[in-house]
Design a protein around this ligand. Structure first.
Ligand code: GSH
Length: 321
């Protein structure tokens, strides 16, 4: 991570832990908002007006948080307005790097070799981890946000005049329900799998695994329509999908969340395939990057060996090419 703008130690997945060995995720620190007119958003400073070609999104295709923003970018018709740079999925001793892997790109703006250089460019004294996604402002050459939930929200609302006619991912009448479900799905599932994988005690692992499968069981029961809120696709579906699509290929093995696979849940499997078939979504899923990335986490997989399967995930993704 970075300490006062200097890269300090080899990259390690465990960011912080509590007294019982539970994994604790870092809070995001760049919290500015792009808005339609450049007025300040709920946090940070103003001046970030929605404009075509002004902002760039940096992502890792392994990363579920980054993938949220990639899917929203597709579904909100922002592909031509907001270009994307994909980092190398294999974590290095300096965190995320640019280039050097199929479908990984160089940094087109600054020629940075590692993502942490963008953080120190935005804040020369930055202390913290250099995470994806990053939303970068090319006009003022700084970081707008490194919080995927905020970026998702901006993509849904700030660019409506530039890319009209797309579905509202956060409809006002469902907002309270979406917020409540998001909070639960985040804690037990999206971040729950990480809490299971990065637990440093058996008790912390067992607690996290119980939460993961309790949540999956309840979601399986809940799904009666096409999506979590019936016929309407919302950001809650994006947040659930990104974890489901990684589950059997990465979390089940690497994070040891192996009571069941997603393939054992008929409704969740059908739901995941339904979302995968929405126009643009399949292009955001790169199984090679997902497996290469997760299995490069040395603390959990010292040999770096990447498993061949599972076949059913490969087959599903092949069927939606
Ligand atoms: N709160 C952040 C979390 C992002 C995050 O943790 N990204 C991970 C990849 S999945 C990362 O970049 N980790 C690098 C590190 O921790 O050094 C968000 O949702 O945007």
């Amino acid at each position: 991570m970075l300490m006062n703008g200097k890269w300090t130690a080899d990259w390690h997945p465990v960011q912080a832990k509590d007294g019982e060995g539970r994994f604790v995720r870092q809070q995001s620190s760049f919290r500015n908002w792009i808005t339609a007119d450049g007025a300040p958003g709920p946090t940070g400073t103003g001046g970030f007006r929605a404009e075509a070609g002004r902002y760039r999104l940096y992502v890792a295709l392994i990363c579920p948080w980054a993938s949220r923003t990639l899917i929203a970018r597709k579904l909100k018709g922002l592909e031509d307005l907001i270009p994307v740079t994909v980092v190398n999925p294999v974590l290095t001793s300096e965190g995320w790097g640019f280039g050097g892997y199929p479908d990984a790109e160089a940094d087109p703006l600054h020629g940075a070799t590692h993502l942490h250089q963008l953080y120190t460019r935005a804040d020369a004294n930055y202390t913290g981890r250099a995470t994806v996604p990053v939303l970068w402002d090319e006009a003022t050459d700084t970081m707008v946000s490194n919080e995927s939930a905020d970026i998702l929200w901006m993509f849904n609302s700030a660019f409506a005049d530039l890319a009209p006619g797309t579905p509202d991912l956060y409809p006002a009448d469902l907002a309270a329900g979406i917020d409540a479900l998001n909070a639960e799905v985040y804690d037990r599932l999206n971040n729950g799998v990480y809490k299971a994988g990065f637990a440093s005690t058996q008790a912390a692992h067992d607690e996290a695994v119980a939460g993961v499968f309790d949540m999956l069981d309840r979601l399986e029961d809940r799904l009666s329509g096409d999506y979590l809120f019936g016929a309407r696709f919302t950001e809650a579906d994006i947040r659930l999908f990104v974890t489901l699509i990684r589950f059997d290929a990465a979390y089940h093995g690497l994070f040891k969340t192996n009571l069941r696979c997603i393939a054992d849940y008929p409704r969740l499997s059908a739901y995941m395939a339904r979302i995968l078939r929405l126009p643009g979504v399949r292009e955001t899923v790169n199984l090679d990057h997902i497996k290469a990335g997760y299995y490069s986490i040395k603390a959990l997989n010292p040999t770096g060996i990447v498993p061949a399967g599972p076949d059913h995930v490969t087959a599903l993704l092949e069927s939606v090419r």
